[in-house]
Design a protein around this ligand. Structure first.
Ligand code: NZQ
Ligand code: ZN
Length: 387
């Protein structure tokens, strides 16, 4: 186990009837609040009224910034920053999934500086004193509710870049599984796939030889994400299953799984971000189209690690190490199909002859993320495994 610092300052309030705490938790940072939300799901399921009532009861003066789209855009983020500056907002409250929370984080960072917010994503500027953020999570997937990351699409350059800074952790996040019961089956599955992907990235990119603590934690989270997702798809308003999926997705990318692993990477996300930048596919759907091909490419190179995965997650014990490694990949791909998440570029109607353009785009993010073990040729080779 390598040395590490694990510090996650986000306060999590989890469970039934916890929404009413959002007012007090937010106004603790100031009365002038920018309320950020998506394209309407919170109005349809009644959450909007609950949040506004709680904020107003706590004395908040609310400015609204609605219509964050899934895979949030730089242009809309810039509008949010202008709104926050014009209204002298002191705190941002985000109500939604990863797209809403990420755009809110970018607004927090961009409101207290004069330069353009995209400079954070290209590594030209670092975050200094962002506005504080509180959140009400409505979809189990990204982990943004308890981490320091944010992902925004620059529609001018077709680049979907992710950036993280420890000052961007939300102050408080409210996780009431009941509000996720209106998430439809497709986005429920894409969310579970995303949580699995966050764990797989660290599981397969860490080069630390012996990590029993992290391995069991990660294998457990992958199993929980799949099992709880299967239960939810049987009954979308199954509160316990929604609760299990929600907490699993939060733990999958809040820094816990990576502690002690040393250097890890996000190669599958590096590639997926180009798919959603060019085709606006749901993040989880893009990931399940890339993961099997990426794993097949690497299983041959690291059969020991992949066979442990197959054995521990799918109880695969028959055959040689290479065979068990391959079988594990096929079992995971079969689960993606079972929950109706696409497992190839073809399934996403992404043409083979677009691979060079996608690879070039992915490499620009790979450079910002300093993923030196990926060049154009390797990214193209992985993508050809995903057709
Ligand atoms: O916009 P609304 O109307 O809210 O509808 C959303 C959206 O259409 C809907 N939805 C959300 N909660 C709902 C609901 N519908 C009914 N009931 C509810 N309770 O679901 C759709 C998808 O929402 P979105 O926020 O886009 O999904 P997700 O949470 O998967 O977030 C995806 C974004 O997160 C980024 C992705 O790249 C993508 O942009 N990620 C952020 C990460 C981070 N900050 O660490 C890491 C991840 O790897 C990921 O990259
Ligand atoms: Zn992800």
């Amino acid at each position: 186990m390598q040395n590490f610092v694990f510090h996650n300052p986000t306060k999590i309030i989890f469970g039934k009837n916890t929404i009413q705490s959002i007012g007090e938790e937010t106004v603790a940072y100031g009365e002038r609040v920018l309320l950020v939300y998506g394209s309407g799901s919170i109005k349809k399921n009644g959450l909007y009224e609950q949040v506004v009532q709680s904020l107003e009861t706590s004395g908040a003066v609310i400015t609204e910034h609605p219509n964050v789209q899934s895979n949030p855009l730089l242009s809309h983020t810039r509008e949010g920053i202008q709104l926050a500056k014009q209204n002298n907002c002191q705190v941002i409250c985000a109500v939604g999934g990863g797209s809403v929370i990420d755009e809110a984080k970018a607004i927090c960072a961009g409101t207290t500086v004069e330069h353009d917010v995209w400079k954070f994503f290209t590594g030209k500027k670092s975050v200094k004193a962002p506005l504080p953020l509180t959140t009400v999570l409505t979809l189990a997937a990204s982990g943004s509710e308890m981490n320091s990351g944010m992902v925004i699409t620059n529609e001018e350059t077709s680049q979907k870049f992710g950036f993280a800074n420890k000052l961007l952790h939300p102050k408080t996040s409210i996780l009431d599984p009941a509000v996720t019961c209106t998430v439809p089956a497709d986005y429920t599955a894409y969310g579970a796939v995303d949580a699995v992907a966050h764990v797989l990235e660290f599981y397969f990119t860490s080069t630390e030889p012996y990590t029993p603590v992290q391995d069991r934690l990660m294998e457990g989270l992958i199993i929980n994400a799949m099992e709880s997702c299967n239960r939810v798809l049987k009954r979308l308003d199954d509160y316990q299953a929604r609760a299990d999926l929600m907490w699993t997705a939060t733990l999958a990318l809040n820094g816990l799984t990576g502690a002690g692993l040393g250097k890890v990477g996000f190669p599958m996300h590096m590639i997926e971000h180009s798919l959603s930048a060019f085709y606006n596919v749901p993040h989880g759907a893009g990931l399940s189209a890339v993961i099997p091909g990426w794993m097949r490419f690497h299983a041959q190179l690291h059969p020991k690690r992949f066979s442990q995965f197959g054995e521990r997650v799918f109880d695969i014990r028959e055959g040689s190490e290479e065979e068990r490694a391959e079988k594990g990949v096929e079992e995971l791909s079969a689960w993606f199909s079972k929950v109706n998440s696409p497992t190839s570029l073809t399934a996403l109607q992404i043409p083979e002859n677009d691979i060079p353009r996608i690879a070039e785009n992915a490499l620009t993010l790979g450079k910002v993320w300093r993923m030196t073990d990926y060049d154009l040729g390797k990214i193209e080779a992985v993508l050809r495994n995903c057709i």
